[in-house]
Write a new protein. Structure first.
Length: 167
């Protein structure tokens, strides 16, 4: 009922109705729904799909989702990466979420990593959370880190170097 909006603002078309869900003009100090439209999240696009008959040599990078059914020889960076049962990825994988149904030869870095029963991974897994289903094949090491996506990159802490002898 009471508000701090300027109900006597001459630019407001609807007077005090802006507080009741009515629209206000651009000159009003009360934000309209359109003022927030640019900051609203964009509709999620479907994942990019690489079919089983596709072979890619090179790196892939997206802020979106990728579903791989074919062969990739190179590094893959994505938000959500799904490696299909027929897929083979030879390279480093960095993604927020990684679901492995196929074969990976290389390091996997992810906040959430899931190896299904058909997964075959040869390489290290650096994760925040991991799930490995019964039947998955894995050769390598597993390491938990709070921020696995940024570790090992430029700007990270240097490895321990021996100090020179003091005289």
């Amino acid at each position: 009922m009471f508000s701090k909006s300027k109900i006597n603002d001459p630019d407001a078309k609807t007077g005090g109705d802006a507080d009741k869900g009515g629209k206000s003009s651009a000159g009003s100090s009360t934000p309209s729904k359109n003022d927030f439209a640019s900051s609203a999240p964009k509709p999620k696009s479907p994942p990019s799909q690489l079919s089983a008959d596709l072979t890619i040599t090179g790196n892939l990078k997206t802020a979106g989702d990728i579903q791989i059914e074919g062969t990739v020889e190179g590094d893959v960076r994505a938000h959500l990466l799904t490696v299909g049962e027929t897929a083979v990825v030879k390279g480093e994988i960095i993604a927020d979420d990684v679901v492995v149904n196929g074969r990976i030869v290389g390091c996997v870095r992810g906040l959430k990593v899931r190896l299904t029963s058909t997964a075959r991974v040869e390489g290290d897994i650096i994760h925040k959370t991991i799930a490995i289903e019964s039947g998955a094949h894995f050769e390598g090491s597993v390491q938990r880190q709070d921020d696995p996506l940024n570790s090992g990159k430029a700007g990270s802490a240097p490895t321990h170097k021996p100090e020179p002898a003091k005289s």
